[in-house]
Design a protein around this ligand. Structure first.
Ligand code: TXA
Ligand code: MG
Length: 303
């Protein structure tokens, strides 16, 4: 089961205070929600978000759902049209995620949205997750709390089996009421689109037709400029993203968590720099480095 470094605490005021301390320190914490257990981290702290990916061992970056306490807070992060607001009023708090255009300067780390111009937001109903949102006082990014390739956890023991030794704390709130992930609806202009089926059936949306497979809908941000990988120095006309011993105009850092945290910001920055091409230093293909390389290979692939 879980190695000793992963603590499992029953949901209580003290446990939530402990979880909030870890969140403020930039650590991920596994939390029960009404759908599945989520691995929560401060959505405004890029390194904290990178630690979610590191713990899950995920070989690629998928945009994450941001959890907040109420619609008012959600409206600071994204733009809600009348349709989105109506759905939110009807189903929040609850197992519905809305994908809406992201507000600029909403403070959310670009790794959360994988550089997209939209943001997925959910107001959870579970008292433990709500207590943590209150205690931490910030939006929480949270994918399902399972290692990559494993099914979503609906009990604290599932989380411990899959992430034990990789995260500091699991809050045990008993089995999840719904047991399947939230319904995801995109309200990004035009008709509503169902991106993922879930506990909430939405007729108006279903009438629209084809369901987008989870994750598939998110055509990730890719720089417009050509990208050269495994570069040790910048050639003329290139802006270099450095890593480790390779210095660059934009330096990703000397560890993979920091590099993941900076990746999407730097791709945007390189894209709007005067140089016509982008070069990127070699990134070790281990741990979260595999996700970084997956992202870079896609960005470098001929389009
Ligand atoms: O019930 C749930 O939603 C759980 C609990 C923890 O809240 N969370 C969850 O997260 O299922 P995750 O990361 O396993 O699934 C999030 C899904 C992914 O399929 C992702 O592609 C999609 O949401 N998503 C996130 N942001 C998106 C965006 N901007 N556009 C389209 N899809 C997005
Ligand atoms: Mg998942």
């Amino acid at each position: 089961m879980a190695p000793p470094e992963t603590q499992i605490l029953n949901f209580s005021d003290e446990a939530i205070e402990k979880a909030a301390e870890l969140i403020r320190a930039g650590q991920p914490v596994a939390m029960p929600t009404e759908t599945v257990y989520g691995l929560a981290a401060d959505a405004t702290n890029a390194e904290a978000v990178a630690r979610i990916y590191a713990a899950k061992g995920r070989p690629s970056f998928n945009p994450l759902i941001v959890h907040v306490l109420d619609l008012d807070t959600a409206e600071h992060l994204g733009e809600f049209d009348d349709q989105a607001r109506a759905l939110a009023n009807e189903h929040w708090p609850g197992p519905l995620t809305l994908v809406v255009p992201a507000r600029e300067d909403n403070g959310i780390a670009s790794l959360v949205t994988a550089g997209l111009e939209t943001i997925a937001i959910r107001v959870p109903a579970h008292p433990a997750m709500r207590a943590l949102l209150k205690a931490a006082g910030r939006p929480l990014a949270a994918p399902s709390a399972n290692a990559s390739g494993r099914i979503s956890p609906t009990r604290a023991a599932h989380v411990a089996d899959s992430l034990g030794g990789r995260i500091p704390l699991v809050i045990d709130g008993g089995p999840c009421e719904q047991g399947i992930e939230s319904t995801i609806v995109a309200a990004t202009g035009g008709p509503l689109r169902l991106l993922r089926r879930g506990p909430i059936d939405i007729d108006a949306v279903e009438a629209v037709g084809a369901i987008e497979a989870p994750g598939m809908m998110a055509s990730h941000y890719a720089p417009a400029k050509p990208i050269r990988l495994d570069a040790k120095v910048a050639e003329p006309g290139e802006i270099l993203l450095g890593y480790g011993p390779v210095a660059g105009e934009l330096y990703l850092g000397d560890n993979l968590v920091t590099a993941a945290a900076r990746l999407f910001d730097f791709m945007h920055e390189a894209d709007s720099a005067p140089e016509p091409r982008i070069a990127v230093a070699p990134i070790p293909d281990e741990g979260i480095g595999a996700a970084i390389n997956d992202r870079l290979r896609r960005a470098a692939a001929p389009r």
